[in-house]
Design a binder for this molecule. Structure first.
Ligand code: OSB
Ligand code: MG
Length: 370
């Protein structure tokens, strides 16, 4: 039987320096704080989750501190001694807490991992995945200069299929067109992270002819009407990232024709359970999905990779190798890109374990329940 009883939950708050700062118009991230979660069953099996909130609320309202607080006071205590009969049960049991989706996601993911381990199945197979290898995509920040060309060349050598760039008022349109034209085999995505709410829609429309595959979140998350208008007038598809916080937001995107592609971030929408609902709605309406990242460690990446094997996921996501952001990841084995793809594990669950030594090295605080 795959059902299990939760006997212990362990929270590890860690802090890890990035290899180099990740800088956008919103924030420069130099150190990544995160909460890793272990959910332990009655036989000592472990399910892993990762909370992807940042140290400050520059990208979402939730932060590491609000998640820590929600987990400690509201989300973890009712789960101890809970009998879990299906992997969605943990998410459902937490419905009495409003919002706090990033905190909930970490527990939901750990529950899915543990359920898959108990079922002796790889998580991606349990979810109904249809591909064994996931196309890798990389995000490169900084202006369009010689250094960027070098990094694009390197990405191509590793086989990356997609390069995502951040755009803002400093982006040189001619340089961008030339770059895209120079690499016809690559998909180029551009992420606005809401900046055109400030710069004005007319400054977005000029990006329509540079050859981008899509433009991600040009306006801030609340600016639905602007997204609808841009989707109407532009031929480049608009993909919504920050605006998609739940399956209800996907309904809204479809109803209002505010975007043509979904950027699904499991760690932000509430985990695997909510992601599957989004996937189902997208399938019914034939809306392509790609899986987004947030400078994540391997636990979250592994969950995201499992979801990326689902049929409606039709563009390469934010899937870079462990060594893109980190000197060393906190999981074992680390995530590797070979010929532009990441092979899904055939091991039960997410197929990765915590590298105890690494977690120990980066540990700030630990809490055990149960
Ligand atoms: O908007 O997609 C984003 C990183 C942190 C927060 C938000 C975003 C990003 C990225 C990086 O673009 C994606 C990645 O982790 O590969
Ligand atoms: Mg984005």
């Amino acid at each position: 039987m795959a059902s299990f009883t939760i006997k212990e939950i362990r929270l590890h708050r860690i802090e890890v320096p990035l290899k180099k700062p990740f800088t956008t118009h919103l924030q420069s991230v130099e150190v990544r704080e995160s909460i890793l979660i272990e959910v332990v069953d009655e036989h000592g099996n472990i399910g892993l989750g990762e909370c992807v909130a940042f140290s400050s609320p520059w990208y979402t309202e939730e932060t590491v501190q609000t998640c820590w607080n929600a987990l400690k006071h509201w989300l973890v205590p009712p789960l101890i001694d809970m009998k879990v009969r299906n992997p969605e049960a943990v998410y459902e049991a937490l419905r009495f807490v409003k919002g706090n989706r990033m905190a909930k996601a970490a527990l939901d993911m750990a529950s899915w991992d543990l359920f898959a381990r108990r079922s002796e199945k790889p998580l991606w197979r349990l979810l109904g995945g249809i591909r064994e290898k996931i196309d890798a995509g990389i995000v490169l920040t900084g202006g369009i200069n010689e250094d960027l060309y070098k990094r694009v060349e390197l990405a191509i050598q590793t086989g990356y299929k997609r390069v995502k760039l951040k755009i803002d008022e400093t982006t040189d349109l001619d340089a961008l067109s030339k770059l895209i034209a120079a690499y016809p085999s690559l998909y180029f995505f551009a992420d606005g992270n809401g900046i055109f709410s400030r710069l004005g829609a007319e400054n977005l429309y000029v990006f329509d002819d540079v050859g981008l595959t899509l433009i991600e979140q040009p306006f801030i998350e609340e600016d639905w009407a602007l997204a609808t208008e841009a989707s109407r007038v532009m031929k480049t598809p608009i993909a919504l990232d920050e605006s998609i916080r739940s399956v209800e937001d996907v309904s809204r995107m479809i109803d209002q024709k505010a975007g043509r592609i979904i950027v699904l971030k499991p760690g932000r929408v509430g985990g695997i359970t909510e992601s599957l609902r989004i996937h189902e709605l997208a399938r019914q309406d034939n809306i392509p999905i790609w899986i987004g990242g947030m400078i994540e460690f391997g636990v979250s990446k592994a969950h995201n990779l499992a979801l990326a094997s689902l049929p409606q996921v039709q563009y390469p996501g934010d899937f870079s190798a462990s060594d893109h952001f980190w000197k060393a990841d906190i999981i074992t084995p680390s995530i590797e890109v070979i010929d532009g793809q990441i092979k899904l594990s055939e091991a039960a669950g997410i197929g990765y374990s915590l590298d105890e030594k690494m977690v120990e090295q980066y540990l700030i605080e630990k809490l055990t329940f149960g």
